[in-house]
Every structure is written in C-alpha cells, then in structure tokens.
Design a protein. Structure first.
Length: 452
C-alpha cells in the first residue's frame, strides 16, 4: 500500500526542513514445529504532527513478504497503528513486514514568551496528574522542589524555563539500560534522555503544567544509518495561548532546546503517561503479535525481530567562516554550502543577514546545482561600519528539492572592535596605523638614499 498522506511543500513557502527516508523491517519467525494460526501483528506507524510539531508523512509504502499490503490502520488520540492479519505461519516459516516512509521534519520555534498568556484550561488539568512509578509529582521531594523553582514566577513560560534549567544542570547524563522514574532520577542525579524527560515532566506536573512524553529519534549523522542508534525521548508541555511546546534538555548540550525543536527530531509515539507503566516497570509502547494454536501443542513462540534504516534524503548545511584579517573596512566571510543529503538540489540562493548598524552585507549569490555529498564555498565582502560584540551573522540558503523549496541556515558570532585593541578581534585603526608606519619607513629610506 502506498499512501500520500500530506501534499508536498509549496515552492512559495520555504521551510527550515530535512527530508528523511526510514525503512523498517519486521520479521515474525516461527522458531518451532507448531503452526500458529490467526496471526495478527500490530505495528506502530509514524504519523503527522503538524498541530504542535513539524512532522509530515509525505509517502508511506507497506508490504508483506514483498507484496503491497492493506492493513487495518487505526488512530487513537495519541498514536497511529496498523494491524496485519497474517493467517497461518507454519513451523520454521516467517512473515516479513516492510514499511518505508518519506518524512519531512520542520524546525519548530523558538516560541516567543510574550505569546504565553493566561492559565491552563480546565480540560488540560488531566495532564497534570501524578503517575505512580513514573511521574511522582505528588511525592514531597518532587512537589517541594517544583514549588521552590517556580516561586515568584507568575508566567508559566518562566516557570517551565526554571524547571528546564534545573533538570539539565542537576542530572549528569549517563546511558541507562532500564527506564527509571522521575523520583529515581532525582535521587540518583543521573540518567539519559528518558530520565531527564521524566524528571522534567514530574516537576512540571507538580507545578500544574501539563506534559506529554515523546518517544522517537534524534538524528545524528555521526551515528550512521541504523535507526535504533538514533533512539531518543523528549517532552511537550502545554503553554496557554500557544499550545503544546517542545522541550529537550540534552539536545545541543549544554543549552538544550527550550520551546523549540530542531529538524533532526522525528516523533515515533506520544503518551500522556498511563500506558507507559505496567505495575512498577516503565515500558515504551511497542509492536506486538497475537496468534492461536491447537490445544496441547507447544507454543510456537513467535516474536518480532525489527530493524530499521534512516537516510537523509534532502539536507543542506551552510557553515560560516571568516578571513584572518580585514582589508581596509572589508571583512571577507566564507559560506561553505554542503549537500548533506542523498539527492541533488538545485537553484540554491545564498544570502547573509547581520546587524545593519555595524555590518553591511552584499547581495545574495546563487549556485545552480549541488550534487549529493558535494560542497561549494562562496565569498562575501562584508563592509564593517562600526564595532559589534557577540552579534550574529546568519547565512540563509533556499533551494529546490524533489519535495519542494526548503530553507537551511547557519550562524556565526561576530566580534569587531573599531578604534581600540581588543585581544584577537579585528581592529580597523590598527590597520591604518600599520599603513602610516610603512609610509614613514619608505620616506626615511628615501632620504637616506638621497644623502648617499
């Protein structure tokens, strides 16, 4: 089955996005001599999340043993799943489900704090409740810390930011083999993305801020194409006047991503909490299989064996650098535009923006096409008009792809001092002084030669 779930991006509305191809293979082997009948496999599917995130499923192909399939697809309030009726799997046989998605992920935020107004609606209060063995927001240690962190802060944005900063600085990142609750993380002061998210969620709920847990993938090109290696977790909180806002305490460490989400986050499933806990154990909802077999026979013991591959289909990365010194009042900026995707892109338009009171940027430049894996360096002569400290220079690249017109950005911090020395910063007056010294040396040399 091939689905086109969302229209392709409009060329008139470029977005800061990356296109991914994700192929998952789910094998259901019967490692016994007993036939399994009425086999039904349920597989979680990727979904659109355009109301509070920037995720669109551009296409989806589903096959069973290489043949297009039409499973029964259901969508709950939180997730989307497909049920496959696979019939009988005889002893020693297996079935293979293959699902291929093309997914567009667009950066969200950052959210303007002034947009957060009012209080949490009564309909959202269900998402502020404690959950035993997961988000123990009613436990005195958690509750008291939350109240301490939000003391004197009336705006929910400021309250959430205080909790965010506390968690990212309080916990030491350490990979865990098991999922642990918020209270465990608080007491042990360690954890990975799940523990950071659980502690943040519990503190927010103790402060009356609704939370939602997200299980998905944080794409890092250094981790290769194995989908499982990119596994990641983060949170959403509800901000009045805005809606659900993303929170990731460990991405781009040490600063994290507060009220924003970069285009390397892919949502797999979301949860408001109860389905994450079974007794005292935390389990992220996963694929499952049910089947029947004749009475008195041994259990066929069919299990999922899942693998996945992720590839960036379309991704452009601009990087800024500068010349070591200035030429008069001109400072050369270099923009290295790299095609980090698997497909060629065309009609690249590269422009700079900066503080116009101190820096005058030239016009945009273009690149007709850029093959996968290639890069091109463009030179921009920026006129320095005055001193600037810790200002931001941004390279904007719009480009055409098979999935529409997209945007990529790269930034660099600029420090220029005009009129006085300042460490290794560029100093226009220094260059002028050097010029005067050179002129004087030449003049003195000329006088000496004349006297000879």
């Amino acid at each position: 089955m091939v689905l086109a779930i969302q229209p392709l991006a409009s060329a008139e509305q470029p977005t800061k996005s990356t296109i991914y191809s994700i192929q998952e293979t789910h094998q259901l082997p019967n490692n016994s001599s007993t036939a399994a009948t009425n086999v039904v496999a349920t597989v979680f599917l990727f979904d659109n999340h355009t109301d509070y995130a920037g995720q669109q499923i551009l296409s989806e192909t589903i096959e069973v043993d290489g043949v297009p399939a039409s499973p029964n697809i259901t969508r709950t309030e939180e997730n989307r799943a497909a049920s496959f009726s696979l019939g009988t799997i005889s002893g020693g046989d297996s079935k293979t489900i293959t699902i291929t998605n093309i997914i567009k992920v667009t950066q969200v935020g950052p959210i303007d704090s002034s947009a957060v107004q009012g209080s949490v609606p009564s309909g959202m209060l269900a998402y502020t409740q404690p959950i035993a063995n997961l988000w123990e927001s009613d436990y005195p240690t958690i509750n008291n810390k939350a109240l301490e962190l939000i003391a004197g802060k009336s705006n929910i944005y400021d309250q959430a930011e205080a909790i965010f900063d506390f968690v990212k600085n309080y916990l030491i990142y350490q990979q865990q083999t098991l999922e642990h609750s918020a209270l465990w993380a608080y007491n042990n002061k360690i954890g990975d993305c799940s523990e950071f998210t659980h502690l943040f969620s519990a503190l927010c709920r103790a402060a009356g801020i609704p939370t939602m847990f997200v299980s998905g993938y944080g794409y890092n090109p250094q981790n290769g194409s194995n989908l499982a290696v990119h596994g990641h977790a983060w949170a959403f909180i509800y901000l009045p006047g805005v809606g659900w806002a993303p929170m990731d305490m460990i991405w781009q460490r040490p600063q994290g991503e507060f009220a924003m989400l970069s285009d390397d986050h892919i949502i797999r499933s979301t949860s408001y909490g109860p389905d994450l806990v079974s007794g005292s154990e935390i389990h992220i909802p996963s694929n499952r299989v049910t089947y029947q077999f004749s009475h008195g026979q041994n259990n066929p013991n069919i299990n999922f064996a899942s693998t996945g591959q992720i590839v960036r289909k379309v991704a452009v990365e601009p990087q800024l650098s500068t010349a070591a010194s200035m030429e008069g009042d001109i400072w050369k900026f270099y923009v290295t535009v790299t095609n980090a995707g698997a497909q060629a892109v065309t009609n690249l338009n590269v422009a700079l923006s900066a503080d116009s009171t101190s820096l005058e940027v030239p016009g945009a430049q273009s690149i007709s096409s850029l093959a996968a894996g290639n890069n091109q360096v463009l030179t921009f002569d920026v006129k320095v008009k005055g001193s600037v400290e810790n200002s931001t220079m941004t390279a904007h690249v719009t480009y055409d792809s098979p999935y529409g017109t997209l945007l990529a950005e790269g930034q660099s911090t600029v420090n220029v001092t005009v009129g006085g020395p300042s460490g290794g910063e560029t100093n226009i007056m220094l260059f002028a002084l050097i010029g005067v010294v050179i002129v004087l040396v030449v003049a003195v040399a000329a006088v000496v030669l004349l006297r000879r």
